[in-house]
Design a protein around this ligand. Sequence first.
Ligand code: COA
Length: 388
Amino acid sequence: MTIGIDKMGFFTSDYYLDMADLANARGEDPNKYLIGIGQKDQAVIPPTQDVVTMAANAAAKILSDDDKQAIDMVIFGTETGVDNSKSAAIYVQSLLGISNSARSFEIKQACYGGTAGVQMAFDHIAMHPESKVLVLAADIARYGIGTAGEVTQGGGAVAMLMSQDPQILALDNQSAFHSENIMDFWRPFYRRDAIVDGHYSTDIYIDFFNQTFKDYSAKYQRTLSDFSAVAFHLPFTKMGLKALRTVIDDGAHSQKLLKEFDHSKKYNALVGNLYTGSLYLSLLSLLANSKTLQPGDRIGLFSYGSGAQGEFYSGTIAPEIQPQSLAGQVEQVIANRTRLSVPEYEAMYANGLSNAGGDVTFDAADDDSRFVLLGRQADQLVYRDQQA
Ligand code: COA
Protein backbone atom coordinates (compact mmCIF):
# COMPACT_ATOMS: atom_id res chain seq x y z
CA MET A 1 0.00 0.00 0.00
CA THR A 2 1.22 3.50 -0.78
CA ILE A 3 0.03 6.56 1.14
CA GLY A 4 0.12 10.17 0.07
CA ILE A 5 -1.58 13.09 -1.66
CA ASP A 6 -4.52 11.93 -3.74
CA LYS A 7 -6.07 15.27 -4.74
CA MET A 8 -4.99 18.92 -4.49
CA GLY A 9 -7.18 22.03 -4.66
CA PHE A 10 -6.07 25.66 -4.74
CA PHE A 11 -7.80 28.95 -4.02
CA THR A 12 -6.72 32.55 -3.80
CA SER A 13 -8.30 35.99 -3.90
CA ASP A 14 -9.84 37.57 -7.00
CA TYR A 15 -7.49 40.55 -6.56
CA TYR A 16 -3.79 41.07 -7.06
CA LEU A 17 -1.15 43.76 -6.98
CA ASP A 18 1.59 44.02 -9.60
CA MET A 19 5.01 44.12 -7.92
CA ALA A 20 6.33 46.68 -10.44
CA ASP A 21 3.48 49.02 -9.37
CA LEU A 22 4.37 48.44 -5.71
CA ALA A 23 8.08 49.07 -6.37
CA ASN A 24 7.31 52.34 -8.16
CA ALA A 25 5.06 53.46 -5.31
CA ARG A 26 7.73 52.65 -2.72
CA GLY A 27 10.59 54.28 -4.65
CA GLU A 28 12.35 50.98 -5.37
CA ASP A 29 13.78 49.67 -8.64
CA PRO A 30 11.14 47.18 -9.94
CA ASN A 31 13.95 44.70 -10.65
CA LYS A 32 14.65 44.47 -6.93
CA TYR A 33 11.18 42.97 -6.46
CA LEU A 34 10.96 41.08 -9.77
CA ILE A 35 14.49 39.63 -9.82
CA GLY A 36 16.08 40.32 -6.41
CA ILE A 37 13.09 38.98 -4.45
CA GLY A 38 11.61 36.96 -7.32
CA GLN A 39 7.97 38.02 -7.03
CA LYS A 40 5.82 39.24 -9.93
CA ASP A 41 2.32 39.63 -8.45
CA GLN A 42 0.79 39.37 -4.99
CA ALA A 43 -2.68 38.23 -3.96
CA VAL A 44 -4.62 40.88 -2.05
CA ILE A 45 -7.24 39.35 0.23
CA PRO A 46 -10.60 41.16 0.52
CA PRO A 47 -12.46 41.32 3.88
CA THR A 48 -14.95 38.73 2.61
CA GLN A 49 -12.23 36.03 2.58
CA ASP A 50 -10.37 34.56 5.55
CA VAL A 51 -8.55 31.26 6.04
CA VAL A 52 -11.82 29.40 6.62
CA THR A 53 -13.46 30.56 3.41
CA MET A 54 -10.28 30.20 1.35
CA ALA A 55 -9.68 26.64 2.59
CA ALA A 56 -13.34 25.72 2.06
CA ASN A 57 -13.21 27.18 -1.46
CA ALA A 58 -10.03 25.19 -2.22
CA ALA A 59 -11.40 21.93 -0.81
CA ALA A 60 -14.81 22.28 -2.48
CA LYS A 61 -13.08 21.95 -5.87
CA ILE A 62 -11.73 18.48 -5.17
CA LEU A 63 -14.06 16.66 -2.79
CA SER A 64 -16.74 14.29 -4.05
CA ASP A 65 -19.73 13.36 -1.88
CA ASP A 66 -18.06 10.00 -1.24
CA ASP A 67 -14.89 11.75 -0.07
CA LYS A 68 -16.92 13.84 2.38
CA GLN A 69 -18.34 10.68 3.92
CA ALA A 70 -14.98 8.85 3.96
CA ILE A 71 -12.95 11.68 5.55
CA ASP A 72 -12.42 10.86 9.22
CA MET A 73 -9.91 13.60 9.98
CA VAL A 74 -9.73 17.29 9.03
CA ILE A 75 -6.41 18.96 9.88
CA PHE A 76 -6.00 22.70 9.37
CA GLY A 77 -2.48 24.14 9.36
CA THR A 78 -2.49 27.93 9.69
CA GLU A 79 -0.87 30.84 11.48
CA THR A 80 -3.84 33.10 10.65
CA GLY A 81 -6.37 31.33 12.88
CA VAL A 82 -9.80 32.95 13.26
CA ASP A 83 -10.23 32.21 16.97
CA ASN A 84 -7.91 31.54 19.89
CA SER A 85 -9.97 28.52 20.90
CA LYS A 86 -12.12 27.14 18.11
CA SER A 87 -10.31 25.58 15.17
CA ALA A 88 -10.76 26.73 11.58
CA ALA A 89 -11.14 23.02 10.72
CA ILE A 90 -14.55 22.76 12.42
CA TYR A 91 -15.90 25.66 10.36
CA VAL A 92 -14.66 24.10 7.11
CA GLN A 93 -16.02 20.68 8.05
CA SER A 94 -19.44 22.23 8.59
CA LEU A 95 -19.39 24.47 5.48
CA LEU A 96 -18.48 21.53 3.24
CA GLY A 97 -20.81 18.98 4.83
CA ILE A 98 -17.99 16.62 5.81
CA SER A 99 -19.09 13.74 8.04
CA ASN A 100 -19.42 14.59 11.73
CA SER A 101 -17.66 11.30 12.48
CA ALA A 102 -14.35 13.04 11.87
CA ARG A 103 -11.66 14.43 14.14
CA SER A 104 -11.25 18.13 13.29
CA PHE A 105 -8.53 20.36 14.66
CA GLU A 106 -5.94 23.04 13.91
CA ILE A 107 -2.15 22.90 14.02
CA LYS A 108 0.13 25.89 14.53
CA GLN A 109 3.88 26.17 13.96
CA ALA A 110 4.24 29.11 11.58
CA CYS A 111 4.55 27.95 7.95
CA TYR A 112 5.20 24.34 9.02
CA GLY A 113 1.60 23.55 10.09
CA GLY A 114 0.59 22.08 6.72
CA THR A 115 3.51 19.66 6.75
CA ALA A 116 2.73 18.60 10.33
CA GLY A 117 -0.76 17.83 9.01
CA VAL A 118 0.56 15.84 6.06
CA GLN A 119 2.78 13.73 8.31
CA MET A 120 0.02 13.17 10.86
CA ALA A 121 -2.34 12.14 8.06
CA PHE A 122 0.25 9.67 6.75
CA ASP A 123 0.57 8.01 10.17
CA HIS A 124 -3.21 7.90 10.61
CA ILE A 125 -3.78 6.26 7.22
CA ALA A 126 -0.96 3.76 7.89
CA MET A 127 -2.95 2.62 10.95
CA HIS A 128 -6.37 2.93 9.29
CA PRO A 129 -5.93 2.23 5.57
CA GLU A 130 -9.54 2.99 4.59
CA SER A 131 -9.32 6.52 6.03
CA LYS A 132 -9.19 9.69 4.04
CA VAL A 133 -7.74 12.80 5.65
CA LEU A 134 -8.33 16.37 4.52
CA VAL A 135 -5.25 18.54 5.15
CA LEU A 136 -5.78 22.28 4.74
CA ALA A 137 -2.99 24.86 4.56
CA ALA A 138 -4.25 28.45 4.36
CA ASP A 139 -2.92 31.83 5.43
CA ILE A 140 -2.91 35.54 4.81
CA ALA A 141 0.63 36.95 4.88
CA ARG A 142 0.69 40.52 6.19
CA TYR A 143 3.79 42.56 7.05
CA GLY A 144 2.51 46.15 6.83
CA ILE A 145 2.36 48.99 4.34
CA GLY A 146 5.81 50.34 3.50
CA THR A 147 7.73 47.63 5.39
CA ALA A 148 10.59 45.61 3.85
CA GLY A 149 8.35 42.54 4.07
CA GLU A 150 5.50 44.15 2.09
CA VAL A 151 6.78 42.65 -1.17
CA THR A 152 6.54 39.16 0.38
CA GLN A 153 2.83 39.33 1.31
CA GLY A 154 0.08 37.27 -0.33
CA GLY A 155 -2.48 34.68 0.65
CA GLY A 156 -4.47 31.65 -0.35
CA ALA A 157 -5.18 28.03 0.45
CA VAL A 158 -4.14 24.56 -0.65
CA ALA A 159 -6.40 21.63 0.21
CA MET A 160 -4.98 18.09 0.07
CA LEU A 161 -6.94 14.89 0.28
CA MET A 162 -4.68 12.15 1.61
CA SER A 163 -5.40 8.47 1.20
CA GLN A 164 -3.97 5.08 0.34
CA ASP A 165 -3.01 4.54 -3.32
CA PRO A 166 -2.80 8.29 -3.98
CA GLN A 167 -3.03 9.70 -7.51
CA ILE A 168 -0.55 12.59 -7.13
CA LEU A 169 2.35 11.86 -4.75
CA ALA A 170 3.14 8.70 -2.76
CA LEU A 171 5.16 9.63 0.33
CA ASP A 172 8.29 7.60 1.13
CA ASN A 173 7.80 7.69 4.92
CA GLN A 174 11.35 9.03 5.04
CA SER A 175 12.02 12.36 6.61
CA ALA A 176 14.43 14.38 8.75
CA PHE A 177 13.48 17.30 10.97
CA HIS A 178 15.08 19.94 13.13
CA SER A 179 13.66 22.48 15.59
CA GLU A 180 15.15 25.31 17.64
CA ASN A 181 13.85 28.29 19.63
CA ILE A 182 14.60 31.17 17.25
CA MET A 183 13.05 34.64 16.97
CA ASP A 184 13.14 35.21 13.21
CA PHE A 185 9.41 35.79 12.62
CA TRP A 186 6.41 35.90 14.94
CA ARG A 187 3.06 37.61 15.46
CA PRO A 188 1.93 38.51 18.99
CA PHE A 189 -1.80 38.17 19.80
CA TYR A 190 -2.40 41.91 19.49
CA ARG A 191 -1.05 42.23 15.93
CA ARG A 192 -2.51 41.45 12.49
CA ASP A 193 0.91 41.99 10.86
CA ALA A 194 3.97 39.81 11.44
CA ILE A 195 7.23 40.92 13.01
CA VAL A 196 10.17 39.60 10.99
CA ASP A 197 13.94 39.82 10.76
CA GLY A 198 13.97 38.76 7.12
CA HIS A 199 17.71 38.48 6.56
CA TYR A 200 18.18 36.47 9.75
CA SER A 201 15.21 34.28 8.80
CA THR A 202 16.73 33.57 5.39
CA ASP A 203 20.00 32.49 7.02
CA ILE A 204 18.17 30.18 9.44
CA TYR A 205 16.06 28.73 6.63
CA ILE A 206 19.20 27.86 4.66
CA ASP A 207 20.85 26.39 7.79
CA PHE A 208 17.78 24.25 8.50
CA PHE A 209 17.63 23.09 4.87
CA ASN A 210 21.28 22.04 4.99
CA GLN A 211 20.86 20.34 8.35
CA THR A 212 17.74 18.38 7.45
CA PHE A 213 18.95 17.47 3.97
CA LYS A 214 22.23 16.20 5.46
CA ASP A 215 20.35 14.19 8.11
CA TYR A 216 17.94 12.78 5.51
CA SER A 217 20.81 11.81 3.19
CA ALA A 218 22.67 10.06 6.01
CA LYS A 219 19.56 8.26 7.29
CA TYR A 220 18.46 6.93 3.92
CA GLN A 221 21.77 6.82 1.99
CA ARG A 222 20.57 9.21 -0.66
CA THR A 223 22.30 12.02 -2.54
CA LEU A 224 21.01 14.92 -4.59
CA SER A 225 21.17 12.75 -7.71
CA ASP A 226 18.32 10.61 -6.28
CA PHE A 227 15.94 13.56 -6.65
CA SER A 228 14.39 14.62 -9.94
CA ALA A 229 13.34 17.91 -8.32
CA VAL A 230 13.21 19.62 -4.93
CA ALA A 231 10.19 21.73 -3.89
CA PHE A 232 10.76 24.39 -1.24
CA HIS A 233 8.71 26.44 1.15
CA LEU A 234 8.65 29.74 -0.77
CA PRO A 235 7.73 32.89 1.21
CA PHE A 236 9.40 34.59 -1.78
CA THR A 237 10.85 32.60 -4.62
CA LYS A 238 14.45 33.79 -4.21
CA MET A 239 14.53 32.17 -0.77
CA GLY A 240 14.25 28.63 -2.13
CA LEU A 241 16.75 29.41 -4.87
CA LYS A 242 19.27 30.58 -2.27
CA ALA A 243 18.89 27.29 -0.39
CA LEU A 244 19.10 25.17 -3.55
CA ARG A 245 22.28 26.96 -4.63
CA THR A 246 24.03 25.77 -1.45
CA VAL A 247 23.85 22.12 -2.55
CA ILE A 248 24.27 22.22 -6.33
CA ASP A 249 27.32 22.47 -8.57
CA ASP A 250 27.93 23.05 -12.31
CA GLY A 251 27.02 19.47 -13.28
CA ALA A 252 24.16 18.40 -15.53
CA HIS A 253 21.99 17.12 -12.68
CA SER A 254 22.30 20.42 -10.83
CA GLN A 255 21.24 22.27 -13.98
CA LYS A 256 18.20 19.98 -14.20
CA LEU A 257 17.30 20.78 -10.58
CA LEU A 258 17.58 24.51 -11.34
CA LYS A 259 15.28 24.10 -14.33
CA GLU A 260 12.73 22.20 -12.24
CA PHE A 261 13.03 24.90 -9.56
CA ASP A 262 11.91 27.44 -12.19
CA HIS A 263 8.75 25.37 -12.72
CA SER A 264 8.20 25.05 -8.98
CA LYS A 265 8.22 28.82 -8.41
CA LYS A 266 5.94 29.89 -11.25
CA TYR A 267 2.65 30.02 -9.31
CA ASN A 268 4.27 31.30 -6.10
CA ALA A 269 5.71 34.27 -8.01
CA LEU A 270 2.15 35.17 -9.09
CA VAL A 271 0.35 34.63 -5.77
CA GLY A 272 2.95 35.58 -3.16
CA ASN A 273 3.30 34.13 0.28
CA LEU A 274 0.77 31.56 1.52
CA TYR A 275 2.77 30.70 4.65
CA THR A 276 1.57 27.11 5.39
CA GLY A 277 0.43 26.61 1.80
CA SER A 278 3.60 27.89 0.12
CA LEU A 279 5.42 24.56 -0.13
CA TYR A 280 2.29 22.88 -1.46
CA LEU A 281 1.58 25.59 -4.04
CA SER A 282 5.19 25.13 -5.13
CA LEU A 283 4.64 21.37 -5.42
CA LEU A 284 1.53 22.04 -7.51
CA SER A 285 3.51 24.44 -9.67
CA LEU A 286 6.27 21.88 -10.19
CA LEU A 287 3.95 19.01 -11.05
CA ALA A 288 1.78 21.16 -13.33
CA ASN A 289 4.58 22.88 -15.25
CA SER A 290 7.51 20.46 -15.48
CA LYS A 291 8.03 19.08 -18.97
CA THR A 292 10.31 16.24 -17.89
CA LEU A 293 9.08 14.78 -14.61
CA GLN A 294 7.64 11.28 -14.91
CA PRO A 295 5.64 8.93 -12.70
CA GLY A 296 8.03 7.21 -10.29
CA ASP A 297 10.37 10.21 -10.11
CA ARG A 298 11.40 11.15 -6.57
CA ILE A 299 10.69 14.71 -5.33
CA GLY A 300 12.33 16.22 -2.24
CA LEU A 301 10.23 18.61 -0.16
CA PHE A 302 11.68 21.17 2.24
CA SER A 303 9.26 22.63 4.77
CA TYR A 304 10.16 25.50 7.10
CA GLY A 305 8.21 27.28 9.82
CA SER A 306 9.85 30.21 11.57
CA GLY A 307 10.41 30.01 15.23
CA ALA A 308 11.65 27.45 13.99
CA GLN A 309 10.91 23.99 12.59
CA GLY A 310 12.37 22.48 9.41
CA GLU A 311 11.70 19.17 7.72
CA PHE A 312 13.02 17.51 4.58
CA TYR A 313 10.97 14.61 3.27
CA SER A 314 10.28 12.90 -0.03
CA GLY A 315 7.78 11.15 -2.24
CA THR A 316 7.41 9.71 -5.71
CA ILE A 317 5.07 10.87 -8.46
CA ALA A 318 2.04 8.61 -8.86
CA PRO A 319 1.35 6.84 -12.18
CA GLU A 320 -2.12 8.41 -12.39
CA ILE A 321 -0.95 12.02 -12.14
CA GLN A 322 -2.67 14.49 -14.49
CA PRO A 323 -0.45 17.58 -14.75
CA GLN A 324 -2.82 19.37 -17.12
CA SER A 325 -5.71 19.14 -14.73
CA LEU A 326 -3.55 20.53 -11.88
CA ALA A 327 -2.38 23.37 -14.14
CA GLY A 328 -5.89 24.13 -15.37
CA GLN A 329 -7.27 24.48 -11.89
CA VAL A 330 -4.60 26.94 -10.67
CA GLU A 331 -4.35 28.92 -13.89
CA GLN A 332 -8.10 29.44 -14.08
CA VAL A 333 -8.03 31.10 -10.65
CA ILE A 334 -5.02 33.25 -11.55
CA ALA A 335 -6.38 34.29 -14.95
CA ASN A 336 -9.63 35.58 -13.46
CA ARG A 337 -8.06 38.05 -11.04
CA THR A 338 -8.50 41.83 -11.10
CA ARG A 339 -5.41 44.03 -10.87
CA LEU A 340 -5.59 46.66 -8.12
CA SER A 341 -3.84 50.02 -8.07
CA VAL A 342 -1.60 50.65 -5.07
CA PRO A 343 -4.20 52.96 -3.39
CA GLU A 344 -6.91 50.31 -3.96
CA TYR A 345 -4.65 47.66 -2.39
CA GLU A 346 -3.87 49.93 0.58
CA ALA A 347 -7.60 50.53 1.14
CA MET A 348 -8.35 46.77 1.00
CA TYR A 349 -5.42 46.05 3.32
CA ALA A 350 -6.79 48.46 5.95
CA ASN A 351 -10.21 46.79 5.82
CA GLY A 352 -11.21 43.50 7.43
CA LEU A 353 -11.87 42.26 10.95
CA SER A 354 -10.03 44.28 13.56
CA ASN A 355 -8.69 42.74 16.76
CA ALA A 356 -10.69 45.32 18.73
CA GLY A 357 -13.92 43.32 18.32
CA GLY A 358 -17.42 44.67 17.64
CA ASP A 359 -20.08 43.92 15.07
CA VAL A 360 -19.20 44.42 11.41
CA THR A 361 -20.88 43.54 8.12
CA PHE A 362 -19.00 43.05 4.86
CA ASP A 363 -20.58 43.54 1.46
CA ALA A 364 -20.00 40.31 -0.49
CA ALA A 365 -21.72 41.52 -3.67
CA ASP A 366 -18.39 41.67 -5.52
CA ASP A 367 -17.13 38.31 -4.23
CA ASP A 368 -18.38 35.47 -6.40
CA SER A 369 -16.46 32.78 -4.50
CA ARG A 370 -18.63 29.99 -3.19
CA PHE A 371 -17.82 30.62 0.49
CA VAL A 372 -17.61 34.16 1.89
CA LEU A 373 -17.25 35.83 5.28
CA LEU A 374 -20.13 38.24 5.88
CA GLY A 375 -18.69 39.72 9.07
CA ARG A 376 -18.97 39.33 12.82
CA GLN A 377 -22.14 39.58 14.87
CA ALA A 378 -22.32 39.17 18.66
CA ASP A 379 -18.68 37.96 18.66
CA GLN A 380 -19.45 35.18 16.17
CA LEU A 381 -18.10 34.92 12.64
CA VAL A 382 -20.79 34.78 9.96
CA TYR A 383 -20.03 32.64 6.88
CA ARG A 384 -22.20 32.06 3.83
CA ASP A 385 -22.30 29.35 1.18
CA GLN A 386 -23.38 31.37 -1.86
CA GLN A 387 -24.49 28.18 -3.64
CA ALA A 388 -26.84 27.14 -0.83
N1 COA B 1 17.90 44.55 -9.37
C1 COA B 1 18.02 43.24 -9.05
N2 COA B 1 18.18 42.81 -7.77
C2 COA B 1 18.21 43.74 -6.79
C3 COA B 1 18.09 45.11 -7.06
C4 COA B 1 17.94 45.51 -8.43
N3 COA B 1 17.79 46.78 -8.76
N4 COA B 1 18.14 45.77 -5.89
C5 COA B 1 18.30 44.86 -4.91
N5 COA B 1 18.35 43.63 -5.47
C6 COA B 1 18.50 42.33 -4.78
C7 COA B 1 19.48 42.33 -3.65
O1 COA B 1 20.81 42.18 -4.12
C8 COA B 1 18.99 41.14 -2.84
O2 COA B 1 19.39 39.95 -3.48
P1 COA B 1 20.19 38.82 -2.65
O3 COA B 1 19.33 38.50 -1.46
O4 COA B 1 20.29 37.68 -3.60
O5 COA B 1 21.48 39.43 -2.26
C9 COA B 1 17.48 41.21 -3.01
O6 COA B 1 17.24 42.06 -4.14
C10 COA B 1 16.76 41.78 -1.80
O7 COA B 1 17.36 42.98 -1.46
P2 COA B 1 17.52 43.38 0.07
O8 COA B 1 18.20 44.69 0.14
O9 COA B 1 18.09 42.24 0.83
O10 COA B 1 15.97 43.55 0.43
P3 COA B 1 15.31 44.03 1.78
O11 COA B 1 16.31 44.36 2.81
O12 COA B 1 14.35 45.07 1.39
O13 COA B 1 14.50 42.73 2.32
C11 COA B 1 13.52 40.58 2.55
C12 COA B 1 14.18 41.60 1.57
C13 COA B 1 13.17 39.33 1.75
C14 COA B 1 14.49 40.23 3.66
C15 COA B 1 12.22 41.22 3.12
O14 COA B 1 11.30 41.42 2.09
C16 COA B 1 11.57 40.39 4.20
O15 COA B 1 11.96 40.45 5.36
N6 COA B 1 10.54 39.58 3.87
C17 COA B 1 9.91 38.66 4.81
C18 COA B 1 10.54 37.30 4.67
C19 COA B 1 9.94 36.32 5.64
O16 COA B 1 8.77 36.36 5.89
N7 COA B 1 10.72 35.43 6.24
C20 COA B 1 10.19 34.52 7.21
C21 COA B 1 9.34 33.48 6.63
S1 COA B 1 10.19 32.03 6.21
